[in-house]
Write a protein that binds this ligand. Structure first.
Ligand SMILES: [Zn+2]
Ligand SMILES: [Zn+2]
Ligand SMILES: [Zn+2]
Length: 232
């Protein structure tokens, strides 16, 4: 019992001094502690809400709640790219906020470059890092959206799959290329001539092969398509 108690305070101390969430493996490896005991202690601490965890595909990562909330606030504002696993924990809204923040940062970098306060290679490096961060966020949002099928018209979640939306009653648009329904999360384009709606990737592939609209047959190239705003 006494041994367990000292191990518990040891684990808490370790979490306090590190900035990143840690796995039970990392704690036991680095500090040479018994893995099974560390895991049990972390589970008990989590049950009492003294420790929180992030579930990732590499297992659970633990951290102290106060640290977490402070960090979450800090990193949403931060100029640095935070570790990937933190993103998974954020809500859609928080991710969107972060994305806006990054766009602001990109503008700043562009300004600094045009005022010659940073050189070309610094500008490029920073610009690339920011863009990478945005693509990570987009990927997460996209994956989440795919788990929820939404109506193209009203954006409500579709619980049962029918030809009509159970919220707005409208029928789902059908892609003229693949003949499947088009849902709210999908990237779409329209024909500038007949206005037909299609999955963006399908329409682009079609134009490459056929060179005309699958609906009205008017000849066109990809650049002429009307790209609809992505909804996440
Ligand atoms: Zn609807
Ligand atoms: Zn399609
Ligand atoms: Zn058309």
């Amino acid at each position: 019992m006494a041994e367990n108690q000292s191990l518990t305070s040891r684990v808490i101390k370790i979490l306090r001094i590190t900035n990143e969430p840690l796995s039970a493996h990392a704690i036991s490896d680095v500090y040479r502690l018994n893995y099974k005991k560390v895991k049990t202690i972390l589970a008990e601490l989590e049950e009492d809400n003294l420790v929180y965890s992030l579930k990732t595909n590499r297992g659970k990562f633990y951290f102290l709640p106060d640290k977490y909330f402070k960090r979450k606030r800090d990193f949403l504002e931060s100029d640095e790219t935070p570790p990937y696993i933190w993103y998974e924990e954020l809500s859609d809204l928080e991710l969107a906020t972060r994305k806006e923040k990054i766009l602001e940062q990109i503008m700043k970098i562009k300004e600094l470059f045009s005022e010659k306060e940073i050189n070309g290679s610094d500008y490029f490096k920073k610009f690339q890092a920011k863009n990478e961060e945005i693509s990570i966020i987009n990927q997460i949002l996209e994956n989440r959206a795919k788990r929820r099928k939404r109506c193209y018209h009203c954006d409500n979640d579709l619980i049962v799959e029918k030809d009509n939306c159970s919220h707005c009653g409208k029928s789902h648009p059908v892609c003229p290329v693949c003949r499947r329904n088009i849902y709210g999360y999908e990237q779409t384009v329209r024909c500038p001539n007949c206005n037909v709606l299609a999955h963006a990737t399908h329409m682009i592939e079609w134009l490459k092969c056929m060179g005309n609209c699958p609906n009205c047959r008017k000849r066109m190239i990809e650049d002429e398509l009307i790209v609809e705003e992505e909804r996440v």
